[in-house]
Design a protein around this ligand. Structure first.
Ligand code: FBP
Length: 548
């Protein structure tokens, strides 16, 4: 395998560990825990894993000996920088406890467990992937582990390989399922522990005990580097407005963090749009106003950051999409007979007046996407909607109208970007490299201490790594009941952007100035070697949230 110079140098990086994990540990147990809501229902659903105490690892002078243990690991869902370091942390952790311990990786996500598709992760293999981005060591997948049949199928291979514990590295849904699996194996007395690890670039798996999900740091730094470069180009040519959509699913954490890093002219936050019941026209008029105001000062350029989930948060668009879903599901046959060029008018005639007006106002391409691209459940795939183009086209229309009315005197030319995949497999920043390695190491300690139904946790992450606090959080503690596919289910609460939180408030305090002044920040590429203030800074989100 040919390697870049950085890859070779980076392979030698030794991730930092919290002080306590550097020697043998004892698991100090806190008080019994409760779920964040719906305590009675969740307790009933998780009789074996509910109410367990928080765990904090403390260094002990004594050396503790453990029998050899075989452990399985699964990477679940979208890639996030640092996954390979979670695996190397687990590997080093279990080997330190007993050199005869073995680590098995299930191939291409949870499906690998069900299909008995696995490989042993030897020292040679793990060494190839230390401090690298991606999940390619074993691959990832989006199969959901939900059915008892899958759990039993998985148990067959776990038993065959004598695996004592399974670590599932995933987002909120995968960790919810990890907990269901832990409960099932505990109830059946199969003797297999299940531990979760908080992964997702989206940053929406966090709570009082989990400060951040891994990968958010590197992904945001990667996007911020590129947005910074665009801003410098934009400030040099002074002729384009750049509409930049950012991944993150429903939550706007990525857009907000990038805004805090680069100081764009505008950043839309979906959670605010929903809270203020804003319409699409409100958003468009808001952007057009900034464009017009800057143009009045002779600045026909700027940047707008847009979270990918925006459309779902505009209440009126949500209602339109829901009516379209129902209407097209019920009239699929008739709709397929309508000539393409007549489909738009046909839909406008059939929708309720409120939704018909909104639909008619949408640019041709977006209206088409809304009527065509549906997932297997018959829903519009909102992530496929090119929101950046939708907004810029509507802004252009509004500005043309304002021009006629003499309210806009400038020029408007737009460029479009969508950043997501560019950052999901970037080489992990020092923060993610250290955080992930520590999460993996803490997972091995949870396993050695016989724990199941826990998520590996590392806290105090704005302090130097030495002072980080490693432990475990019972997954049931993060759960509440939510309606999913028409049924009430226990799930880990998704963390959306809090409008009363410090990161959003900090953004609000500055956004009007950023809109008018060109006060761009150019963060530059992630630095792996050099002074700590350049290489080891956590995200602005984390710094603001943790500032006491
Ligand atoms: P996870 O929640 O699985 O970590 O996914 C992160 C993410 O990158 C989202 O931001 C994005 O919407 C989604 O994955 C895209 O996934 P895919 O490439 O599978 O369509």
């Amino acid at each position: 395998m040919t390697k870049s110079a950085l890859q070779i140098a980076r392979a030698a990086y030794q991730p930092k560990l919290p002080k306590a994990l550097k020697s043998a540990v004892v698991a100090a147990e806190g008080a019994a825990t409760q779920s964040v809501a719906n305590q009675e229902e969740i307790k009933k659903l998780f009789p074996n894993t509910y109410g367990m105490p928080l765990i904090k690892f403390e260094a002990t002078g004594e050396s503790v000996s453990f029998p050899a243990m075989n452990v399985g690991v699964i990477l679940s869902g979208g890639q996030a920088p640092g996954g390979h370091n979670v695996i190397s942390g687990i590997f080093d952790g279990i080997k330190k406890l007993n050199k005869d311990s073995k680590l098995y990786g299930f191939i291409l996500g949870p499906g690998g467990l069900v299909d008995h598709n696995y490989m042993e992760l030897t020292a040679e293999i793990v060494d190839e992937y230390r401090n690298t981005g991606g999940f390619d060591i074993i691959g990832s997948g989006r199969t959901k582990l939900e059915e008892e049949e899958q759990f039993d199928k998985g148990y067959e291979i776990l038993k065959e390989l004598n695996i004592k514990a399974l670590v599932i590295i995933g987002g909120d849904d995968s960790n919810t399922n990890a907990c269901v699996l832990a409960e099932y194996y505990a109830a059946k007395k199969y003797g297999v522990q299940v531990i979760g690890c908080p992964k997702t670039i989206d940053g929406d798996l966090k709570n009082e005990m989990i400060e951040t999900s891994f990968g958010f740091d590197t992904a945001c730094k990667t996007y911020s580097e590129v947005i910074g470069n665009i801003q410098r180009d934009c400030n040099s040519a002074r002729k384009y407005w750049h509409f930049i959509k950012l991944m993150g699913r429903s939550a706007s954490h990525i857009a907000l963090e990038c805004a805090l890093q680069v100081q764009p002219n505008m950043c839309i936050i979906s959670e605010e749009v929903e809270a203020k019941d804003m319409s699409l026209d409100d958003i468009v008029a808001g952007i057009a106003k900034v464009v017009a105001d800057r143009a009045a000062q002779g600045n026909n350029f700027g940047t707008v950051l847009i979270p990918e989930g925006l459309v779902e948060f505009i209440p009126a668009m949500k209602r339109l999409i829901s009516e379209l879903n129902d209407f097209l599901a019920a009239n699929a046959e008739e709709f397929s007979q309508i000539k393409k060029s007549h489909q738009r008018d046909y839909i406008i005639r059939k929708l309720s007046p409120e939704n018909a007006t909104i639909y008619a106002s949408l640019p041709e391409g977006v209206a088409r996407q809304l009527s065509l691209d549906r997932d297997p459940h018959g829903n519009v795939q909102v992530s496929l909607i090119e929101t950046e183009k939708l907004l810029s086209e509507m802004v252009a229309t509004k500005l043309a109208q304002w021009k006629e009315e003499g309210k806009f005197v400038g020029k408007f030319a737009a460029q479009h970007h969508f950043f997501g995949y560019e950052g999901r497999c970037a080489a992990p920043s020092n923060f993610d490299a250290d955080y992930c390695y520590s999460l993996g190491y803490a997972a091995s300690a949870l396993i050695a201490n016989g724990k199941t139904g826990y998520m590996s946790s590392v806290r105090n992450t704005t302090a130097p790594a030495d002072e980080w606090i490693a432990g475990g959080v019972p997954i049931t503690m993060m759960m509440n009941m939510e309606r999913r596919h028409g049924e009430m289910k226990p799930v880990i609460q998704k963390a959306l952007v809090k409008l009363e939180g410090a990161p959003f408030k900090t953004f609000v305090a500055q956004r009007e100035r950023w809109a008018m002044e060109t006060d761009y920040v150019y963060p530059g590429p992630i630095q792996y070697f050099g002074p700590t203030e350049v290489c080891d800074q956590p995200t602005k989100t984390l710094q603001l949230e943790q500032a006491k």
